[in-house]
Write a protein that binds this ligand. Sequence first.
Ligand code: NAP
Length: 240
Amino acid sequence: MSLSGNRVLVVGGGSGIGFAVAQAARAAGAVVTIASTSAERIAEAADRLSVQGAVIDVTDEAAVEAFFAAADGFEHIVTTAGDWGGPRRGPLADVDLAAAEGLFRVRFWGAVALAKHGAKVLTPGGSITLTDGMIAHRPTKGSAISTAMAGAVEHLTRGLAVELAPIRVNCVCPGLIRTGVWDRIPEERREAQFTEMTKGQLVPRIGEPGEAAEAYLYLMRGGYTTGQVLFVEGGSALGA
Ligand SMILES: NC(=O)c1ccc[n+]([C@@H]2O[C@H](COP(=O)([O-])OP(=O)(O)OC[C@H]3O[C@@H](n4cnc5c(N)ncnc54)[C@H](OP(=O)(O)O)[C@@H]3O)[C@@H](O)[C@H]2O)c1
């Protein structure tokens, strides 16, 4: 299935993996719109990519509904939206449960809002692709809530695939991917830390955003694939 002329919405497309998905989809001939909460970042990224930009906060259901009500339609919706604040790591004994609930707002409930309202404007044979992460499969100490949230996105994928058929719903599960989120590691230590973090993988290096983007493109094009999770994780599940 060709993406040429397909209208593709990438929520989270202003940076990181989403930016690479938007770039790859555009290179494949799609008509791409990127969206996120920051008008400034989206305008700058849309300019660099030569695509359309839109402001959407996936935690605001009314705004998501209004966006799709005003849209002509899409063949494919991708979300890589993710926020990085809040108590993502820490001993369970210290977890503030109200704050922990907030961890689900963008990645899980945001995906629900996009599916609920985006499905109304998807064309037949269209697709939705969600994003989770390997923390769903390789929990670490202090990550119980993040693990549950990422796992919930995978189960949401299966539920939505049944609920919304014939719209196809899939999920990409990335491992460690080189995006700006890792800029919080001081530059002089970053590469050494990537080496340390990936040394047990079958492909012992960090992944590039373009490598993750290939999975999203496959899931958009793959008309016979739904309810699936596609791993792009350098073999970390099978590694040490
Ligand atoms: N990079 C990795 O190693 C890695 C590993 C495993 C899983 N993942 C997952 O992959 C996804 C993308 O990660 P990334 O590394 O590309 O991160 P990123 O560069 O921070 O991208 C996340 C994007 O989400 C947007 N966003 C945040 N809150 C939003 C909201 N409420 N509504 C709409 N958009 C929102 C952000 O833009 P604004 O700030 O403008 O809203 C940003 O462009 C995340 O879900 C992450 O959990 C990444």
